[in-house]
Ligand binder design. Structure first.
Ligand code: FES
Length: 362
């Protein structure tokens, strides 16, 4: 940066506005299927935004211009450039694929923003819990870099879920920050391990037991969550089950970033209530049994003499797996059932509660 640029940084910085095109000044491969693109306007111009915010880029694909929003994975504490981290989607098409395959040094793009309210800067706290999955890590790395740069000694628990270790974005940098700052504690959770590589972190899907092991004081933390809708739903379910005060929970979907408070979705999560009736039909008894929404299928079965094997009572061992032929249950398990079994209609009786009328094969 030139000396006049440094003077501007100290005295009267002038900032990028979205009338100006961004020039791609660096492309950094992150994993096999993700890259970070860094942009500048010119050497003299700075970027001002909240960590966790996003910009919307015009992507000039062969089929026409697409508008795609990407979180800035960089931090405003390093204002000379901004960066977005783009991961290839499973269908291998669309705006992200175009950027990964075509955008190169010297190219310019039109972009709008920054926008969004998902930022720790809007919600100062002594303790944070960042939970993310997949590309949902991008606002978290921005906030983590910002808190680290400002050396405010904030207590941060950082949990990230990925398909496998080699797909964890920014892993080395985050572990480096954690080694240097004891207030940053990092846990990785992967679905499967990489061949020929030793993995000592968690494996499986994020669950209640992992939350309590990794962050026993999570109830005292401001929670930021980002990932797919299904992932965020499962995090909310876990927090509801732990009776977490949800006014301290904040989320951003990497599918649809939130622009304003009014855009914040109403989740209408099903939370079983003591005063709401439910009904379970046991095929073996050929009988409907009335119960409360908060009763587990297992406890109701025991009451009427239907024997379901059980051991852990916590959704881990899988011994209470039964087939549900119709109806809806609220199930919060800890890894004791596979997604394929859930798809096929199986539930764990010890941690499932009937919502309305449920028919069980047993
Ligand atoms: S008793 Fe272990 S999963 Fe239900």
């Amino acid at each position: 940066m030139s000396s006049s640029g440094l003077a501007k940084l100290k005295d009267a910085p002038y900032y990028w506005n979205d009338e100006q095109r961004l020039e791609c000044v660096m492309v950094m491969p992150e994993t096999q299927n993700a890259k970070t693109f860094f942009f500048k306007v010119d050497d003299e111009q700075l970027f001002n935004y909240e960590p966790g915010q996003f910009i919307t880029i015009e992507v000039p694909t062969e089929k026409g211009i697409l508008h795609r929003s990407y979180t800035l994975s960089t931090t405003p504490s390093r204002p000379l450039s901004i960066g977005i981290t783009v991961k290839r989607k499973e269908d291998g098409q669309g705006g992200s694929a175009w950027l990964l395959d075509n955008l190169k040094l010297g190219d310019t793009v039109k972009a709008y923003g920054p926008s969004g309210i998902f930022s720790c800067r809007n919600l100062p706290a002594k303790k944070y819990l960042f939970i993310s999955a997949g590309s949902g890590i991008t606002p978290m790395i921005s906030m983590l870099r910002w808190l680290y740069d400002y050396s405010v000694h904030t207590d941060i628990t950082f949990i990230h879920c990925a398909a496998r270790p080699s797909e964890i974005l920014f892993r080395d940098e985050i572990e480096h920050m954690s080694k240097r700052d004891p207030d940053i504690k990092v846990s990785w959770i992967v679905k499967e391990t990489d061949r020929y590589d030793v993995w000592t972190g968690f494996q499986g899907r994020f669950n209640q037991i992992m939350l309590e092991l990794i962050s026993p004081d999570f109830a005292e933390r401001e929670v930021f969550c980002c990932g797919s809708e299904g992932f965020m739903q499962s995090v909310r379910d876990i927090l509801h089950a732990e009776e977490f005060d949800m006014s301290h929970y904040h989320e951003e979907s990497f599918g649809a970033p939130i622009h304003t408070e009014e855009d914040t979705p109403d989740h209408n999560d099903v939370i079983p209530a003591d005063d709401v009736e439910a009904e379970i039909h046991f095929n073996s008894l050929n009988r409907d049994v009335a119960c409360k929404q908060t009763d587990t299928l297992l406890s109701v079965a025991k009451e009427v003499g239907v024997d379901i094997p059980s051991a852990c009572m916590f959704g881990v061992c899988g011994s209470c797996k039964i087939k549900k032929t119709s109806g809806e249950v609220h199930m919060i398990h800890n890894g004791g059932i596979s997604d394929a079994d859930v798809e096929s209609g199986y539930v764990l009786a010890c941690c499932s509660r009937a919502i309305g009328r449920v028919v069980l094969e047993i």
